[in-house]
Design a protein around this ligand. Structure first.
Ligand code: AMP
Ligand code: GLY
Length: 431
């Protein structure tokens, strides 16, 4: 098969790394890719949001399967356009990607189909929003309706702060059209888990769980980021919780999307809050998580291409028994450029990457990297590397990740030193 992967992050490097190992893969392209993906795919110089150019490339290069990494092109309708052109695409239609692209759509679907999530209201004017805030009380959560690159969520500690956030989103320009409507939600107090399942429109194929670390600083302090590290599976996950997630959240969602005429095919990434053992939906994403994907791919022992193609072709039933996971847990530590998630320097040289090859069961997935004229790997993004390892237990995986971090010579970079702390702390307490 000729496969085209869309995206340029650590998630896409992990997907490319896994697909390149597939016996079904003849040729793998990646648009636009990065300096790490280069080692497993041919890079194509087309941006991930350039739908027309991507469709033309797929047609002209006899592409059999397009795998869409990020949400942007999905919301723009890339999967629809490819299907129209008769090309299999892994990733939902624009109508189905509204699960991620519009928080209001997602919340209304949950309300209509009784899917457990935080109570909420949708508002386009400040006055009604303020009344809802006064009635609900703080802490309370204010969200921009549309895609805001992970920045459209404010956890307000006071009612005043919540009203300010509403004004900012509805009247300010910082969120563009994403902030034309706000969702105000009840605050849920619990521990977060990311859960991933594939769907082909009707059938579900459960994958696995991970736990992300969204705050920039050790101990979960500081600004929210796209994710500074993850491990898989999540510590809270057991068979009973997984069954609840599937029967109360994932299955009703896939059935609801079908009933609404926008069947969901692709990967459903449920951001969940586990409150006293019960899963509640925080949000849906219509794509793999980054850095969760890195931790999942290194645990997957099956042929990823076979599974993604089956999802794209509506025959997940046929591969249901083909998904195997390694026994070892995994961890991914993100190295970011100092300053991230605020402004940061670009074009800084990263040395020592080759030394990490000596660390066992370890892969360095690239995110914001390119190669300069001298052949050096240079940073061009906020999140730059995803140092990913498996181990007989999480502690061993963590040891490998940080050994590799210490081999990398990149003065402009930083990472959190405590990825997996919740799981490791509960292990310690159990001893
Ligand atoms: P979202 O983009 O909707 O996933 O929100 C980003 C982050 O905000 C989540 O990962 C949670 O940590 C937090 N969050 C969002 N909604 C709620 C809520 N209703 N209660 C508590 N925390 C929330
Ligand atoms: N790691 C969070 C996300 O991918 O949205």
């Amino acid at each position: 098969m000729n496969i085209l992967l869309i995206g340029s992050g650590g998630r896409e490097h992990a997907l490319a790394w896994s697909m390149a190992q597939s016996k079904l893969c003849t040729k793998l392209y990646c648009a636009p890719g990065n300096a790490g993906i280069e080692s497993c795919a041919e890079l194509v110089d087309i941006g991930a949001d350039n739908v027309d150019a991507l469709v033309s490339f797929a047609k002209n290069n006899a592409i059999d399967l397009v795998v869409v990494g990020p949400e942007g092109p999905l919301v723009l309708g890339l999967a629809d356009r490819l299907q129209e052109a008769g090309i299999d695409a892994f990733g939902p239609s624009a109508a189905a990607a509204r699960l991620e692209g519009s928080k209001g759509f997602m919340k209304d679907l949950c309300a209509k189909y009784d899917i457990p999530t935080a109570g909420y209201g949708r508002f386009t004017d400040v006055e009604n929003a303020a009344a809802f805030i006064a009635q609900t009380g703080a802490p309370i959560v204010v969200k921009a309706d549309g895609l805001a690159a992970g920045k459209g969520v404010i956890i307000a500690e006071t009612e005043g702060e919540a009203v300010e956030a509403v004004k900012d989103m509805l009247c300010g320009n910082s969120f563009g059209t994403a902030g034309a409507e706000v969702i105000i939600e009840e605050f849920m107090d619990g521990e977060e888990v990311s859960y991933f399942a594939l769907a082909d429109g009707k059938t579900i194929l459960p994958l696995t769980s991970a736990q992300d670390h969204k705050r920039v600083g050790d101990g979960d302090v500081g600004l929210n980021t796209g994710g500074m590290g993850a491990y898989s599976p999540a510590r809270l996950m057991d068979d009973a919780l997984e069954q609840k997630i599937l029967t109360q959240i994932i299955e009703p969602t896939v059935a609801a999307m079908q009933a609404e005429g926008c069947a969901f095919a692709g990967v459903l990434y449920a951001g969940l809050m586990i409150v006293e053992g019960e899963p509640k939906l925080i949000e849906y994403n219509a794509r793999f998580g980054d850095p969760e994907c890195q931790t999942i791919m290194v645990r997957l022992e099956s042929d990823l291409v076979e599974i993604l193609q089956a999802a794209a072709q509506g025959r997940l039933d046929a591969v249901r028994d083909n998904v195997r996971w390694g026994a070892d847990p995994s961890m991914c530590v993100v190295m970011a450029t100092k300053g991230y998630p605020g402004s940061y320097e670009k074009n800084t040289v990263i040395n020592g990457l080759q030394d990490t090859a000596n660390v066992q069961d370890l892969t360095v997935f690239h995110a914001g990297t390119v190669r300069n004229e001298d052949g050096d790997v240079v940073s061009i993004g906020g999140r730059v590397l995803g140092i990913t390892a498996t181990g007989k237990d999480l502690r061993e995986a963590k040891g490998k990740c940080y050994r590799a971090v210490d081999l990398i010579d990149w003065p402009e970079g930083f990472c959190r030193r405590d990825i997996g702390w919740r799981a490791l702390k509960s292990d310690d307490e159990a001893v």
